[in-house]
Write a protein that binds this ligand. Structure first.
Ligand SMILES: Cc1ncc(COP(=O)(O)O)c(C=O)c1O
Length: 442
């Protein structure tokens, strides 16, 4: 049988893509590969080149790519039933629901599913409004990223090319504290207190009507890997309790083990009213959803039904993935690998002034590259060059192109990456950082 990859010569890919596809490549040209195969933490392009994938394909393959347990479960489901509209339950839907609730933080006992993180965030917004009838507002944080549907794009940081405004709802974006760049003269904790005060002012004086929910990522991912001091998490919970606002944690990126615990909420001691999940739960298949409290009203028929929202094949893959995450104790693997990677990166930081900051936890690892450690001036060109050179040597690093400063390198491979693969990726990273430092010093 001829494989599609055999019929497209590498030189034709960009041209054929331009002619046939509606979408420009995400992330631009550097690093645009045509991938034909994946296994674990490795991917192969159409020229047979092998890469260590430190992006886990948008931080989604928490369990390495094409895990045989996931493939077998999806395959078996293919022969049972591939599609059931939301009017009907399937056994796999109920099994998955029970499995996800079983690994959820205490008190989050109900779950709803959909296919994409963006739609899951919208599901959480709808559930918040269903539970706070009359409330008309949802608060999000500056530099947040919650997706690319019309609503979630509006709930994220302002996209520079956004022409979709006329059809987008309005969200109120509030200031957030910054661990690496707290406001002038403040400690991160004082910065968090200041932001909590500003948030209170916004609720009291800046919004007409009631606020249904505050949504935030426990660690902002696409907005620049921004972690928060503990008093921010605590303060948000207190404020929500005081005002009767629902607290939604968007764990699409941090959930299912990435931070070294099953949920980032557990790592930071956050007690949200809802958790949004996605990415890592599907084992490479599209799957996302919302965990909520049993005390909250459920959706009524018609509130939230999508034809393929409860796709049995993705659910079977998800069920196998959740079982594999538990069987292999992937949160513990993420914590171990994360310690190792962070130790090595902190060690590199001693030798390389370009590394301004090293961030974790678990395998949510990144570096901020700066031209000057004192001023923390971002180094975006150097970052692109580090990314490009690593790619040439067979390592796909993550980059931040979104609301951040374009100077973030991310090392977020599958949580079950082999240790020697992780070590090799870090070796390459150090080599190319050294080269780029020399080149830009000239
Ligand atoms: C925190 C967060 N929320 C939501 C989303 C949207 O997920 P999806 O791209 O599956 O719609 C993302 C995707 O990067 C994300 O990082």
């Amino acid at each position: 049988m001829t494989h599609a990859a055999d019929t497209i010569s590498p030189g034709q890919v960009a041209e054929r893509g331009r002619r046939a596809l509606l979408h420009e490549p995400a992330g631009g040209d550097p690093g645009k590969l045509t991938l034909v195969r994946a296994r674990g933490s490795l991917v192969w392009d159409d020229q047979g080149r092998e890469y260590i994938d430190c992006t886990a394909q948008a931080w989604s393959n928490n369990l390495g790519a094409n895990d045989p347990r996931v493939i077998a479960a999806a395959e078996a489901q293919l022969h049972r039933i591939t599609h059931a509209r939301p009017t009907f339950h399937t056994p796999v839907l109920l099994e998955l629901a029970e499995a996800v609730v079983a690994v959820a933080p205490d008190g989050l006992d109900r779950v709803g599913f959909t296919l994409h993180g963006s739609m899951a965030v919208e599901m959480a917004f709808k559930l918040a409004l269903r539970n706070r009838p009359g409330a008309q507002h949802i608060i999000t944080l500056q530099d947040a990223y919650h997706g690319r549907s019309l609503a979630t794009m509006a709930a994220s940081w302002p996209h520079p090319n956004n022409v979709f405004g006329p059809l987008q709802p309005r969200f109120t974006r509030v200031a957030r504290p910054d661990l690496y760049r707290p406001r002038a003269g403040l400690t991160p904790e004082a910065d968090a207190d200041l932001c909590l005060g500003l948030l209170r002012d916004t609720i009291d004086k800046g919004i007409d009507g009631e606020v249904a929910a505050i949504v935030y990522e426990p660690i902002q991912g696409n907005g620049g890997h921004n972690e928060y001091p503990d008093n921010w998490h605590r303060g948000l919970r207190q404020l929500c309790d005081e005002y009767g606002i629902l607290l939604i944690a968007d764990e699409v990126q941090t959930g299912f083990g990435r931070t070294g615990t099953m949920w980032a909420c557990q790592y930071y001691g956050i007690e949200p009213d809802m958790i949004v999940f996605g990415k890592g739960v599907g084992g490479g298949f599209p799957l996302a959803g919302v965990l909520a409290k049993a005390e909250h009203a459920r959706f009524v028929a018609g509130d939230d039904q999508l034809t393929f929202g409860q796709f049995p094949v993705a659910m079977a893959a998800g069920l196998a993935t959740v079982r594999a995450i538990l069987a292999d104790d992937l949160p513990a693997r993420a914590a171990e690998h994360g310690h190792y990677a962070t130790r090595r990166l902190l060690d590199m930081q001693q030798r390389h002034p370009l590394i301004g900051d090293v961030r974790c936890p678990g395998l949510m690892v990144s570096l901020e590259l700066v031209r000057d450690r004192q001023t923390k001036e971002p180094a975006p060109q150097e970052t692109t060059e580090v990314f490009r050179r690593a790619l040439e040597r067979g390592v796909i690093l993550g980059e931040s192109r979104y609301g951040g400063r374009g100077n973030l390198i991310k090392v977020k491979p599958p949580l079950d990456i082999e240790r020697d693969q992780l070590a090799r990726a870090l070796d390459v990273l150090e080599d190319v950082i050294g080269e780029v430092e020399k080149e830009f010093a000239r």
